[in-house]
Ligand binder design. Structure first.
Ligand code: MRU
Length: 362
């Protein structure tokens, strides 16, 4: 069936397999520009400056980056042990590029599994690392679709969704997480509209969510973050869909700063609040939201976000990139395994187990 929309390709290999081509998200919505990443510094910079962003996509980028770097080492003629040492150092560096999204660590742990196997030549190692990165990418596509199919039943024809940041196709290798049910519902002929929070300070909502939904022909309206309460009071949306960078074992959810405020508003107005994320975002080693490391970003992203000074030049700024929504405010968490409700602990553990079993039986 031809889809009634198109989603952009966020990442792919360059033809030589030694570089990775990304859609540079810092240039959107004015320019649709692809850039090639080759050195470990370029991969790290692209992740830190949000040229690639969104929890699943930064994991995919790191895994493909390690595949590309391993191929370069093999072409340089390194023996297998030296290639493993060099690539392990690259993996350490990329794992530390951003601290909150557990998908980054999750993808790199899978790559480390290949490194620790340690058999074969440097060229064979590069081959296996690139194949693992491809698996991570295609699994992510499948997880996005499954999340969309599970959550689409939450949408009725004519519903209005509100979302925060961008947890759409631009944040993944597939059709996104929070936006996946919007795409799936659209495929089945339901008319769904979306309110996109602008998402200060880096405007992932207005630059990215509004762009990708407009490209797909889906009805989208941007609000600045401080308009959300007025919207709930005057035209309450039917449902909230957000993504996540890390879900703790008890169901507390870290996502782009501003998500918690949306959850409080949703509870106050009786609007269901759903978190949509693959099991690669679930961190069973982190007991609660209080244990999730929160990235803090540079003051200038707030003081002079896109060039123009909008605050006194040296004024103090507090700029966490993420906040934590306690699980009590979450109506449901949707993973590729289905829709989970409180108590989240056993449901999330089972979803993670099912995903791991699925991989070993492949
Ligand atoms: O700082 P960003 O743009 O990487 O933040 C992204 C988000 O907060 C997303 O909601 C989250 O990573 C989920 S993406 C499917």
């Amino acid at each position: 069936m031809t889809k009634p929309y198109e989603v952009p390709t966020t990442i792919r290999w360059a033809a030589d397999g030694r570089r990775v081509r990304i859609l540079d998200q810092t240039r959107l919505p004015t320019e649709r520009l692809e850039v090639d990443l080759q050195t470990v510094e370029e991969f790290e910079e692209a992740i830190q400056s949000l040229r690639v962003r969104g929890a699943p996509l930064i994991g995919i980028t790191a895994a493909m980056g390690i595949g590309a770097l391993a191929r370069q080492r093999a072409d340089e003629g390194l023996d297998a042990d030296s290639a493993i040492d060099a690539v392990s150092r690259d993996a350490d560096r990329l794992a530390a590029a951003r601290p909150t999204a557990i998908n980054l660590v999750w993808a790199i742990e899978r790559v480390r599994g290949i490194l620790s196997d340690g058999t074969g030549s440097a060229a064979e190692l590069a081959e296996r690392l690139s194949a693992e990165a491809n698996d991570i990418l295609s699994e992510d596509r499948r997880m996005c679709r499954a999340i969309g199919e599970h959550a689409a039943i939450l949408l009725q024809d004519g519903d209005a969704v509100i979302t925060h940041c961008n947890a759409g196709s631009l944040a993944t290798g597939g059709i996104g997480t929070a936006l996946a049910p919007v795409y799936v519902a659209t495929e089945s002929g339901k008319r769904v509209s979306v309110f996109a929070d602008e998402t200060r300070p880096l405007l992932q909502g207005s630059r990215l969510t509004a762009w990708e939904l407009s490209q797909a022909g889906i009805d989208v309206t941007v609000i600045s973050d401080n308009m959300a309460a007025a919207l709930f009071a005057q035209h309450p949306p039917d449902i909230v869909f957000v993504g996540s960078d890390r879900i703790a074992a008890n169901g507390d959810v870290a996502n782009k700063v501003g998500t918690y405020g949306l959850a409080v508003l949703a509870r106050h107005h009786g609007v269901p609040f759903y978190v949509l994320a693959p099991t690669s975002t679930v961190d069973l080693q982190t007991p609660t939201g209080a244990d999730i490391p929160i990235e803090h970003r540079s003051a200038d992203e707030v003081r002079r976000g896109f060039g123009k000074l909008t605050a006194p030049v040296e004024v103090a700024v507090w700029s966490p990139a993420f906040d934590v929504t306690p699980h009590e405010l979450v109506t449901g968490i949707v993973t590729e395994a289905g829709i989970h409700v409180d108590p989240y602990g056993p449901a999330l553990a089972e979803a993670v187990r099912l995903a791991a079993d699925g991989r070993t039986s492949d």
